[in-house]
Design a protein. Structure first.
Length: 436
């Protein structure tokens, strides 16, 4: 696992810059947003050429000098950047121990904050002054849809993170009640569908303000959404953030990284036999609080013997959550834990399926002429992908109509039904939908 990029470059090239920053998950989440923005930029340009979107007139005032609000806002932002950045450069111990916690804490370097505030406020003052005119004037300019990609991405990111946090707390309500502040401000704990719903609401609000038809933009954003999902899940896989599958009881992994196939009945002994030192069992690690442990016995098929075994069972060594048991001969490393029993590495399955769905949407996008249809196809494909992966994912479940279901399964079913209904009714209601 690569909890931080330092691990990745050390593994590939032997480089070690002595810092656990930046976190791999955070870096790939940022790449997910950028990849979605790139796709959206291209699609908005294409749809404007087709006449489905139009530029809007906007009045701007040019030639003004920097206002007090500009200086203060840039100064505050610069202070925060400098406050954290100089502390990181100087090797603050709190940052080395817990980079994510340090970023979200009040710790930093005050001198760095002053320097950052001066640089940012000074830059905006200089930039406004060099563009100033003796008499500021108003100009009307054309703003093209693709020029709003940065703002759309910003709204999607902020509202998406808020939605992902809210849905995660609802899914793990007991944990939230036990530590509401810690859970809200933790760098982990994000639910994809919460992010999708929150991001959609934020983007819809922004599009309404700018008189852009939601259904056309939805088609433009659909390929980018699934591409971002695939890249984000790659972050889950590389960092080992706890978003993994249930136990694959067919395998055990030795301390020297050798895979051993075991009989189906061995799981009962390995689950409940207690460690003599800690008096904890694997059942405590994988279940806990009296919850049953989920597992499935699945050996790699002979037809897939060419694939590495870790694609079927993985113990996530050096996972970023520090979950599991100590790794042998790993005494000085911050991330020195691995899972005692291998699990299905579901994030890599979702990454591969995400890239496949992206390829499908990208190839058919120009053939579909009715606005909204591509987004409906995305909903159906994404819903099926998530529904079936839930069967082997670790998730909080609750009873519903005599069944045990997860929040994601329910939302996946709703999204599939919405997509199917959309495919049926969108051609009939396209004239009304285009006005939303």
């Amino acid at each position: 696992m690569f909890p931080t990029l330092n691990y990745f470059f050390k593994y590939l090239f032997g480089w070690d810059w002595g810092s656990n920053f930046p976190p791999t998950f955070g870096f790939l989440v940022a790449m997910a947003f950028l990849s979605a923005a790139w796709v959206l930029h291209r699609e908005l340009k294409r749809k404007e050429k087709l006449g489905l979107l139009r530029s809007v007139k906007r009045k701007v005032k040019v030639g003004e000098k920097a206002k007090t609000f500009d200086l203060v806002s840039y100064g505050i932002f610069g202070f925060v950047v400098g406050y954290k950045l100089l502390a990181i450069i100087l090797g603050d111990e709190a940052f080395k121990i817990n980079p994510q916690g340090f970023i979200l804490s009040t710790q930093g370097n005050f001198l760095g904050g002053i320097i950052g505030a001066a640089l940012f406020a000074g830059f905006i003052y200089w930039d406004k002054k060099r563009k100033s005119l003796p008499q500021p004037k108003e100009e009307e300019i054309d703003v093209h849809p693709y020029q709003l990609v940065g703002n759309i991405t910003f709204y999607a990111a902020i509202s998406g993170i808020i939605g992902a946090k809210i849905f995660h707390q609802l899914e793990y309500w007991d944990n939230f009640v036990a530590d509401p502040i810690g859970n809200l401000f933790s760098p982990s704990g994000l639910t994809f569908y919460g992010g999708l719903i929150g991001g959609a609401l934020g983007v819809w609000y922004y599009l309404r303000r700018n008189k852009m038809p939601l259904i056309v933009v939805a088609d433009a954003v659909a390929p980018g959404l699934i591409l971002a999902y695939a890249v984000g899940r790659l972050g889950c896989m590389c960092s080992g953030d706890g978003d993994w599958g249930i136990i694959n009881s067919a395998y055990r992994i030795t301390d020297d990284r050798q895979y051993v196939v075991v009989p189906a009945g061995d799981i009962q002994h390995d689950l409940y036999d207690k460690d003599p030192l800690t008096q904890t069992s694997n059942a405590d690690i994988f279940g806990g609080n009296g919850q049953p442990v989920s597992y499935a016995y699945y050996k790699k098929p002979k037809a897939l013997s060419f694939l590495p075994t870790w694609l079927f069972a993985y113990d996530y060594p050096h996972n970023v959550n520090n979950e599991g048991i100590p790794i042998k001969n790993c005494n000085k490393d911050e991330f020195c834990k691995r899972l005692p029993l291998p699990v299905f590495p579901t994030p890599i399955y979702e990454t591969l399926m995400g890239f496949f769905i992206f390829a499908v949407l990208w190839l058919i996008r120009k053939r579909i002429k009715i606005p909204g249809m591509l987004f409906c196809i995305y909903l159906v494909l994404n819903g099926f992908e998530r529904f079936f992966i839930e069967k082997i994912r670790v998730n909080s479940e609750f009873p519903l109509l005599g069944m045990k279901v997860s929040q994601a399964e329910i939302i996946a079913v709703v999204i599939i039904l919405m997509g199917i209904l959309g495919l049926i009714f969108t051609p009939k209601l396209k004239d009304k939908l285009i006005k939303l």
